[in-house]
Design a protein around this ligand. Sequence first.
Ligand code: GLN
Length: 536
Amino acid sequence: MPKYIFITGGVVSSLGKGIASSSIGKLLESEGMKVTIQKFDPYLNVDPGTMSPYQHGEVYVTEDGAETDLDLGHYERFTKSPIGKFNSVTSGKIYNTVIQKERKGEYLGGTVQVIPHITDEIKRAIKLVSRGKRIDVVICEIGGTVGDIEGLPFLEAIRQFRQDVGRDNVLYIHLTLIPYLKAAQELKTKPTQHSVGKLREIGIQPDIILCRTEKKLSREARDKISLFCNVDKEAVIEAPDVKSIYEVPLVFKKGGLDKIVKRKLCLKTRKSNLKEWEDKVVRPALNPSKKVRIAVVGKYMSLQDAYKSIYEALKHAGIANDCAVEIKKVDSGKLKRSTIDRHLKDVKGVLIPGGFGLRGIEGKIAAAYYARTNKIPFFGICLGMQCAVIEFARNVCLLKGANSTEFNKAAKYPVISLLEEQKKIKKMGGTMRLGAYSCTLKKNSLSYKAYKKKLIYERHRHRYEFNNKFMKVMKKNGLIIAGLHKSRGLVEIVELKGHPWYVASQFHPEFKSKPDRAHPLFVDFIKGAIKLNEKG
Ligand code: GLN
């Protein structure tokens, strides 16, 4: 049976619980343990697939096609944890299951209640994530902040869980904020005391407190937290701000977190090996020898989390190229072909990420035009690929009015359109082309050179596709079909004849990039940008 670590958050949201969970996973993995990490989100959507990125940031897609919270992206980037649909659980999913069971008559005669029916279903979900796998530790992150009404059933379930599986098998970690008050020149522990008090009311006594601080945690503050929150002194661990998120496992190790986790869970001690992570990831991330500026042209630019995996994948490619990647966030809503030079003249690469809906589309098409005609390395992803195809159809193939039927149902040249099977779909949740599909690469294409193999698997999240009726005219005009999902004849990658680096994919390569294994397309995109930079 695996051991369980439950991670809760206190005082405020956005403290980086996802990164803390991933870093703990990394620490344990570095000692030879097998971990898996699971996220519980207290909202009522069955999954985040129908939400705008303005709500909870990017929707992260797993290999098995689940649309999940962006923290699952961190889990995959930091660890080897097997991640799939069971790793992301919302209140909506839990309630949905319970209500369906009720309709089937599985609780005949009974009143269906939050306790025990919802809490039992949550506990089942915790066990399900490691079923049939050899997992030593399940790390389970509870979304939201202690004190939220929505989160109560989850907290009650994890409280009960310790009773069910035994004291030595469960650990509670509470991540909290220790604010620094400038006027008083002091770190304040009171909000943390309140947050832990709230947890104790529910019946959970945290074993470890992770303290997010801007300033170094003073001895006095540490003693106070230990005394008032009823935790061992060495279980008060500092989590300071760091330059790169990939430093966090090292910081935790330095603070002794691994030792105390192992002791409390009675895990056998093995020698940790974070050296490779430190050498291959952290050091190059902190001391790059070059720098290059890349424009990301999208419509959710004010929000840090909307393109999380894209930004991380760019950083990974920077690490692989010994280069700092400076990201210029360009709002596609503001771009016009006549004035675009102002926004893009100082960048050495243009990336257009995925997206939905009409707003900002013409700006993205203008950006694709700019990169194509000025021979700037260009990387289009999903909607970015569709914009590149529309631009090419309009301006090179001279198909005036070419568009995607997502934006103009009556487009004269629907170069991007729905497959027949998608036309019949009425329900919006979980019905896109989702998850990993195979793609066969064309020999000698830029993509083939990057991957160095013919058959690849990449993750999808879209409804619309390249319309093969236009394949002939596009090819004739210089578009290269560099990747195909063979069995269905679906275009997965397009490239351009005579351009130094122009690759656009229907899939989302950013979901598979890792800091120590940067994605080959991102690596070569940055390589192209560095080349252009060196040319001056
Ligand atoms: N809106 C487009 C589609 O549904 C692209 C989706 C995306 O970029 N993820 O096909």
